[in-house]
Design a protein around this ligand. Structure first.
Ligand code: HAM
Length: 427
């Protein structure tokens, strides 16, 4: 039978790669919960309308990148290209939306975009996503960005740049749109890339952050949104920037940062790595105050971000699981029963480890213990069985001694370190 191939742009993740993903998720749980965020799980499939209404009909994501198909009843469904729209839809559906208090949520999972796969760009990729609904305070924006930085630091990532901008609001943006469009119309359209030629009419803001060098040059003297903010947006952004400065966070103001999704208003931000090639944005986010209302909810503010896990994995080198506490080597078939219960008893006491299910030579068993990088190898043969003992070998020193089976926990305990820390970093 011929083999059925994996789909292009979709990856299987195995250790050690998958270990880095678990590490990113567990670190997010630890950091975000300290800020009062709660984890939610939402569907990967939504009605297409959700994305068209939130991300924007004219965006690249909606125009060219969504996995959209009719379900068996002919309704248009889409595999989520991002999580924010689904989080907002689920929030509107939930009792939380009527509670009158703000709501901090985070979620992980796969997203789907039909883009050309390359380093750091997949068709199925994963995000760590955090959103806060019901807060419009600039201090909240500052806290969200500080939390993102804290998270990236907790992952051990330091060489990252944070870019910041304000995109204004429904008050000040229409005028800016009009003046930008008028400016772009005056340019020689043939010198713009084909996407930007279309964007001049449909989504002029996006022309500002086109990555094509010719387009960049063409828009170098285009009007900038930061010069057109209304007084409310201006003071909101000034407060955010001032708080981040006071917090000692390093950022760069980038008036061309407009992001690829239409729901953003006011504060937007992106985290960029210079070590991973062209797909350099490892996280992005911003405020989306009109979105809850646009999706049928009340007029509630929102802000959040998403980190791209594939891209973080490219810079997160050498994350591996902390070795288990023991390997239990069985030296004779008769010792198997005892070994199974001894290993189980140790796990119930909080130790981690595994037993070998095949009787093999001591040398082969120690080789296996070495491969698993355990601190302690326990050896159980017929001699030990009759004496009620087990051999305890410290793999680092090579010292081996017989220990009463009742004292194994204590012997292992002396070898244990940092039980709550499940990960190690190379180097
Ligand atoms: P986004 O900028 O479209 O924002 O995506 C966030 C991150 O997901 C990017 O910075 C990147 O690291 C990663 N990413 C995007 N596309 C791909 C891909 N094809 N392959 C690998 N990684 C990718 C959003 O998705 C917003 N929902 C973020 C947000 C949350 N804004 C407010 N709340």
């Amino acid at each position: 039978m011929s083999k059925v191939n994996r789909i292009k742009g979709f990856a299987d993740l195995f250790p050690p790669e998958s270990t880095a993903y678990v590490f990113m998720e567990e670190t997010a749980r630890d950091v975000f919960s300290r800020y009062g965020y709660q984890e939610i799980r939402i569907p990967v499939l939504e009605q297409t309308e959700i994305f068209a209404r939130s991300i924007g009909q004219e965006t690249d994501v909606v125009q060219k990148e969504m996995y959209t198909f009719p379900d068996r009843k002919g309704r248009s469904m889409t595999l989520r290209p991002e999580a924010t729209a689904g989080v907002v839809r689920s929030y509107i559906d939930s009792p939380m939306s009527g509670s009158g208090t703000s709501c901090k949520l985070f979620t992980f999972g796969p997203m789907f975009r039909y883009e050309r796969p390359q380093k750091g760009r997949m068709r199925q990729f994963h995000q760590v996503n955090a959103e806060i609904l019901g807060e419009d305070s600039p201090w909240c924006d500052a806290e969200v960005i500080i939390m993102l930085e804290t998270y990236l630091k907790a992952l051990g990532l330091k060489k990252l740049d944070i870019e910041l901008n304000s995109l204004g609001c429904s008050q000040c943006r229409p005028d800016f749109h009009a003046s930008l469009k008028a400016h772009l119309k005056k340019l020689d359209q043939d010198n713009l890339c084909s996407d930007c030629q279309r964007r001049v009419d449909t989504n002029p803001l996006r022309v500002l952050d086109c990555k094509v060098p010719a387009c960049r040059e063409m828009v170098s003297d285009a009007p900038r949104i930061n010069k057109s903010l209304c007084p409310e947006c201006e003071s909101h952004f000034a407060k955010v920037v001032s708080m981040l400065s006071q917090a000692g966070l390093k950022y760069r103001l980038n008036p061309n940062l407009v992001r690829g999704l239409d729901y953003y208003q006011r504060t937007t931000f992106e985290v960029v790595s210079h070590d991973i090639g062209a797909q350099s944005s490892v996280a992005g986010g911003g405020r989306y105050d009109g979105l809850v209302k646009a999706l049928g909810g009340s007029d509630v503010a929102g802000i959040g971000f998403a980190c791209g896990m594939e891209r973080l994995a490219l810079i997160l080198e050498g994350i591996q699981e902390r070795p288990k506490d023991f390997y239990l080597a069985v030296l004779h078939e008769d010792a198997m029963d005892k070994a199974l219960f001894m290993a189980q008893n140790l796990r119930e006491k909080g130790f981690s480890g595994e037993m070998g299910f095949q009787v093999r030579s001591v040398k082969a068993q120690l080789r296996q213990a070495n491969k698993l990088r355990v601190k302690t190898c326990l050896l159980l043969g017929v001699d030990e069985l009759t004496k009620g003992e087990v051999q305890v070998k410290d793999m680092a020193t090579g010292v081996q001694r017989g220990v009463s089976q009742d004292d194994v926990e204590q012997a292992l305990g002396l070898n244990m370190k940092g039980k709550n820390n499940n990960y190690l970093r190379n180097g």
